[in-house]
Ligand binder design. Sequence first.
Ligand code: UDP
Length: 239
Amino acid sequence: MATEVRFKRVLLKVSGEALMGAQGFGIDVAVADRIARDIQSARKLGVDISIVVGGGNIFRGVAVASKGGDRVTGDQMGMLATVINALALRTSLTKIGIDAVVLSAIPMPEICESFSQLVALAHAEKGRVVIFAGGTGNPFFTTDSAAALRAAEMGVDALFKGTQVDGIYSADPKTHPDATRYERLTHDEVLNKGLAVMDVAAVALARENRIPIVVFSIHEEGGFAAILSGGGRATVVSD
Ligand code: UDP
């Protein structure tokens, strides 16, 4: 049943770190299942949701580059990691009866569909959750940039960035307990203050396409739906 919501169509960025839970590596299925239930609650509000998943819980390209390896190969390994996470999230969604499809920026037809904007929009039109894997398909980018890119391509009303904390702070609140939390910011303020919530390319792309960014805690059960309903805790970045 559709109720009054703040945004009708959103893209959710789920980092690899979020899927890892308390483990130091890999996927905690219980966490993936809980995120799936949060997505289910948000869908019950009548919100269309698509997802970009990260891969940092498995691999980051910089890890190879920092040890003298080839950055491009490292980034390709990172992009493959996002496909693993996307399959895990699809499994969690499917288990609770949500029709979900994985579209990869890097074709691997035996495993999932390949990304194209038209295919993605067609799936969304049929009420499916579209999970974008493989980042942008290019090295030297991040899945935050992929999230801003897919958000623009899907024509969403907002990009939800699930993080470890409940919004954007002036400094990392885990290491700076006196850091202040922002309620609202503009895209320019995020860039000018150098707030490390998303990379510069992602914020600039969202700004250019006038896409609000909603930063919230992915670990707060029910938080996603609460924000969509007009409550909850988040920092909203918009112009
Ligand atoms: N990556 C890439 N191009 C992209 C997106 C991701 O090369 O468009 C690689 C990059 O190596 C990155 C890794 O995939 O470190 C995992 O993505 P990310 O670090 O964004 O994941 P998250 O921090 O969200 O878990």
